[in-house]
Design a protein around this ligand. Structure first.
Ligand code: SF4
Length: 415
């Protein structure tokens, strides 16, 4: 490919406000951890956070910490610490880098937020296996290490349809958490509080969906790489007023861009879809690579994973069970392919990037013939990038660059 242009994507002004909300969140957890003023639950990213918030816990999400370890490029030095404890280099590199960081007594939060020295100490660990088994194993290690109770929800994996056989059993498992959580928190369960939190989560989710769907506009006002940053409140602050307030601000900015045809990637020529995990330590490099080729990676299954349209405050347990089981990552390839075809149409996609993340088979969808099947049905070409979410030793930057450039040339020929 001819000489490379370096074009940066357009900055989102609301981000400073988001950083404030995120800082407040980390400081609140840190204070509670030091003073014991409020109990702390650790929860998996698509676990029953609403119940925990309603019962008065502050919630820490270890996957969020894992992603920060990835984006700060600390993970590769930490993973061997967990390997030495018997956790294979082939399993989730969020798990191995997070446990490695704990063993070494370090956290990137200390560098980002003055006064924070460590991750918050948990009073309880709550998982949902909807995304993978790794989260349970991950929390089980901390449970033993810190002598903290472990509990959670076991979700049916890979269903095509979410039937009435599935939902009641998940809803019951969530309800069964109430009694032990009451003992740990010292608070009585209050249905009205839960309804209020579910209503806030629903509002957050609907706003986040609208934010992501602004990218259906041509040119798109945001990129997948923005999405991976902007999703912070949807992950760690859903169920709170702050998340709702933030996404109203962000949506306004993006709608303004849509109205004025302001592109996130100047001269947008190719519209791409990203499937799988981001490569956290290469967000900027990947953004610059695609942007320099006038390609906007503008939609993804990853950022969409925090859209929970099924939340219903009048039916909190059933609707939480449904929302947390309808997730893309839980479903069969048949259901995933149906969903992706809808996304390709909505976002007017020219090409698809599949990230084959070595340590996350759960969120790498290229391994059982999906790219070939979808290409045959839609005619949209795809490219598989080999890499990882956190372990940068599994990435070849040169190979990625060469493959992406060749893919864009192919798309150019097809135009
Ligand atoms: S889904 Fe993948 S990245 Fe997320 S916790 Fe599970 S194995 Fe790790």
């Amino acid at each position: 490919m001819s000489e490379e242009k370096k074009v940066l994507r357009k900055k989102i002004e609301a981000t400073d406000k988001m950083n404030q909300y995120m800082a407040d969140y980390f400081y609140e957890l840190n204070d509670a951890s030091k003073t014991g003023a409020q109990k702390i639950a650790w929860c998996t990213s698509v676990g029953p956070a609403e119940l925990l918030l309603a019962m008065g816990f502050l919630v820490h999400y270890p996957e969020n910490h894992g992603a920060i370890l990835g984006s700060t490029r600390m993970a590769a030095d930490l993973i061997p610490e967990a390997n030495a404890l018997g956790y294979s280099p082939d399993i989730c590199s969020y798990l191995t880098s997070d446990i490695g960081a704990y063993v070494k007594g370090i956290t990137p939060l200390a560098k980002a937020f003055e006064g924070i020295e460590s991750i918050p100490k948990p009073d309880v660990l709550v998982f949902n296996t909807n995304q993978c088994r790794d989260v349970k194993d991950w929390f089980a290690w901390y449970s033993k290490k810190l002598n903290v109770p472990l509990m959670g929800v076991h979700t049916h994996r890979n269903p095509t349809d979410i039937t009435d056989d599935i939902i009641p059993s998940i809803a019951r498992q969530i309800e069964n958490l109430i009694e032990p959580l009451e003992k740990i928190s010292g608070n009585k369960f209050d249905m009205d509080k839960l309804k209020k939190v579910v209503a806030l989560s629903k509002e957050c989710s609907e706003l986040w969906k609208k934010v992501l769907e602004t990218a259906a506009h041509q040119p798109a006002p945001l990129t997948f790489f923005d999405g991976t940053i902007q999703m912070g409140p949807a992950v760690v602050l859903r169920g709170t007023q702050q998340a709702v307030d933030y996404y109203k601000i962000l949506l306004k900015e993006l709608e303004e861009r849509v109205k004025n045809n302001i592109a996130a990637v100047e001269g947008e020529r190719f519209r791409l879809y990203w499937d799988g995990m981001p490569v956290w330590g290469r967000l900027r490099a990947h953004s610059e690579l695609f942007t320099s080729l006038n390609a906007n990676v503008l939609a993804s299954t990853y950022c969409n994973s925090w859209i929970f349209t099924d939340f219903d405050p009048e039916n909190p347990f059933t609707s939480m069970a449904k929302a947390y089981t309808e997730l893309f990552i839980v479903r069969s390839d048949e259901a995933k392919e149906k969903y992706m075809k809808r996304m390709f149409d909505l976002f007017k996609i020219d090409g698809i990037i599949y990230h084959d993340a070595k340590t996350c088979p759960n969120n790498s969808n290229n391994r059982y013939g999906m790219p070939q099947r979808l290409e045959k049905q839609t005619g949209i070409p795809s490219l598989i990038i080999n890499g990882d979410l956190n372990d940068l030793r599994l990435i070849s930057d040169e190979q990625t660059k060469t493959n992406v450039e060749a893919f864009i040339e192919q798309l150019e020929e097809n135009k």
